[in-house]
Design a protein around this ligand. Structure first.
Ligand code: NAG
Ligand code: NAG
Ligand code: NAG
Ligand code: NAG
Length: 265
């Protein structure tokens, strides 16, 4: 009479176990599957170049600096200058170049067009003067204004010429050239064909300038992370279910074996 008691104990233990696993199924999966946000390793701090300061003491570049500040493009430039991975190359006209502007004056541009024109004066990468022969072979280079705002370069035995399609000019001197920031003085204001190649003066058109503010980048990165963490939840709950299933199958098998043994005795 020893065996049936053991059997009853084992059976009730198994029943308890399986009811426990079924009870667990009802409770929502614990949110431990959240993917931890990978913290990027801090890059070694590059030497900080204060563009506002640099442009206010070099030059005179006051007109361009005023446009940079009124359009807030200075923040975009400084952010790009702070980015030691890519860096920035700025082509900057002297104050006298603005005085030399004839017909298509800047005063008739919309705010968006003016912003694009200022962004048009920079490339989103650091280029030393020696890099321009390679760059000129690659065809049109996209400026920070993006899209169709491209510049063509030619390097003629060290003389770097720029062609916007509407204005041709050349680099007359290097104001600053230390990775990641290059600033070259140019002879003329760069007038983008995308603005001046059409009607003069252009009617306010929908702004083709892309939003390249850092805030937009971080917003899209946030939403990406949200997507991946919500995706990881179903997979973890399905693996829980598999464990529960195999437990209940296993307990039923054991019950059947015990039942058979009892019948034999
Ligand atoms: C950069 O220089 C300008 C002009 O000298 C100054 O007003 C500003 O505070 C400086 N910015 C930083 C972050 O040092
Ligand atoms: C650039 O870096 C300087 C120094 O680290 C910082 O004070 C400034 O706010 C940064 N500017 C931008 C636009 O990222
Ligand atoms: C620029 O706009 C002003 C009015 O805002 C107008 O009087 C002037 O004729 C325009 N310039 C050209 C070149 O059309
Ligand atoms: C730039 O060069 C390309 C050919 O490489 C040419 O098709 C294009 O018209 C040029 N653009 C300007 C603005 O000169």
């Amino acid at each position: 009479m020893q065996f049936p008691r053991t059997f009853v104990i084992v059976c009730s233990a198994l029943l308890l176990c399986s009811s426990l696993t079924y009870g667990q199924k009802a409770s929502p999966p614990a949110p431990i599957a959240m993917t931890p946000t990978p913290t990027p390793a801090p890059a070694p701090a590059p030497e900080y170049v204060n563009l506002t300061y640099l442009l206010s003491v070099a030059g005179p570049f006051h007109t361009f600096l005023n446009y940079l500040e009124s359009t807030k493009v200075i923040d975009t430039f400084q952010n790009q200058a702070n980015n030691s991975e890519q860096g920035i190359t700025i082509f900057i006209p002297k104050d006298s170049s603005f005085k030399g502007l004839k017909k298509p004056t800047l005063s008739n541009l919309s705010n968006d067009q003016l912003k694009s024109l200022v962004l048009f004066h920079a490339l989103p990468k650091y280029y030393a003067l020696a890099d321009f022969s390679e760059l000129s072979a690659k065809g049109p280079a996209t400026t920070l204004a993006g899209g169709q705002y491209t510049l063509n370069f030619t390097d003629n035995s060290g003389t770097v010429r720029l062609d916007s399609g509407w204005s041709k000019t050349k680099v007359t001197s290097a104001v600053h050239s230390t990775d990641p920031v290059a600033i070259y003085q140019v002879d003329k204001v760069l007038l983008p064909e995308a603005i001046f190649g059409t009607d003069i003066p252009p009617v306010p058109a929908p702004a083709p300038a892309p939003d390249i503010s850092p805030a937009a980048d971080s917003r899209s990165a946030d939403s990406k992370e949200g997507g991946s963490s919500s995706k990881s939840l179903p997979s973890s709950s399905s693996s829980c279910r598999i464990v529960e299933l195999s437990l209940s199958v296993w307990s039923q098998l054991v019950l059947a074996v015990f039942g058979g043994l009892v019948l034999l005795f």
